[in-house]
Design a protein around this ligand. Structure first.
Ligand code: GDP
Ligand code: MG
Length: 276
């Protein structure tokens, strides 16, 4: 250790030891070099510090995209992330939507890890995830690959400012998925919110039907814009060779039982009968 180094030197050294990023390390190392008394007895230390510094500077800065990422395995028909300031009512909403036991508290940052549960909407289940308001890179990374971000805005605080701050935060983390906004701390029509979530999720339900039988109870869920071809492939890929036409009942056709080809685009709740 160098003799006669000022207390600031040791403080910088402590910060350097605790530094997590390359940038921080460089910063405190440079400070240490600056604060180190330059005389004969500190020459060796100085040389060591300079070597460390040049090594650090040679390292390539880590790409933003190479940060550790989390994802929560998608379950059900789609995935929604709840994002909002602390105490904006995320845990409360998660509980209302999923009837899951979650920690709700009147103090800040109760939720430190993403919490999730399943929400039932008509005949599908949708996964709801609460992202902690710390917005640390790992937690927020859950939202990269999600289907919908539901942004909670506390009605008692400036709505415009909250919206801008949250939008900016998501933009700066390159989270580009669809966003839906909900104002909390006032009466929320949960059923209406559920159907809005479904409509914004970018998914549709299709029910297959064998001739002479009732449509299947359980839907197959597809991305919006799906064509008959994709459905045929999903049902049985060998069916495609022998495909003749499909009969459709639902919103994508003018009348029930209309005949369509492979490139017909389906709508939510369509019933599809494949004729081969
Ligand atoms: N009056 C009212 N209070 C709420 C509402 N939502 C949340 N709160 C209260 O606000 C506090 C924080 O809620 P919480 O759901 O834990 O917020 P989070 O930090 O965003 O998860 C708790 O005391 C809740 O009881 C709401 O819709 N109305
Ligand atoms: Mg919470």
């Amino acid at each position: 250790m160098p003799v006669n180094a000022p207390i600031e030197y040791y403080k910088a050294e402590e910060k350097f030891t605790g530094a997590k990023t390359r940038e921080e390390k460089i910063l405190y190392l440079e400070e240490m070099i600056r604060l180190l008394p330059k005389h004969k007895s500190s020459e060796n230390v100085l040389a060591r510090l300079r070597k460390k510094l040049s090594k650090l500077k040679e390292q390539k800065p880590k790409k933003v995209g190479s940060k550790p990422k989390w994802s929560i395995r998608k379950e059900g028909a789609g995935q929604v992330c709840l994002i909002g300031e602390t105490n904006s009512g995320k845990s409360t909403l998660l509980k209302e939507l999923t009837r899951k036991d979650v920690e709700i508290a009147d103090y800040k940052y109760t939720t430190t890890l993403p919490q999730f549960g399943m929400m039932k909407y008509e005949d599908v289940w949708i996964q709801i995830i609460e992202i902690p308001s710390t917005f640390d890179p790992q937690s927020i990374s859950v939202a990269y690959n999600t289907d919908l971000v539901l942004i909670l805005l506390d009605v008692n605080k400036g709505l415009g400012k909250q919206k801008k701050e949250l939008d900016d935060m998501l933009d700066s983390r390159s989270i580009k998925c669809k966003r839906l906004y909900v104002t909390t701390k006032k009466e929320i029509d949960i059923e209406k919110l559920k159907s809005e979530i479904w409509r914004n999720l970018g998914k549709i339900r299709v029910y297959t039907k064998t001739p002479g039988k009732k449509p299947e109870d359980k839907p197959i869920v597809f991305k919006k814009g799906v064509t008959v071809e994709k459905v045929v492939r999903e049902v049985h890929k060998d069916l495609l060779e022998h495909f003749r036409y499909a009969k459709i009942w639902g919103d994508s056709v003018k009348f029930g039982g209309a005949q369509v080809g492979l490139d017909h685009v389906l709508k939510d709740k369509d019933v599809v009968q494949i004729r081969a």
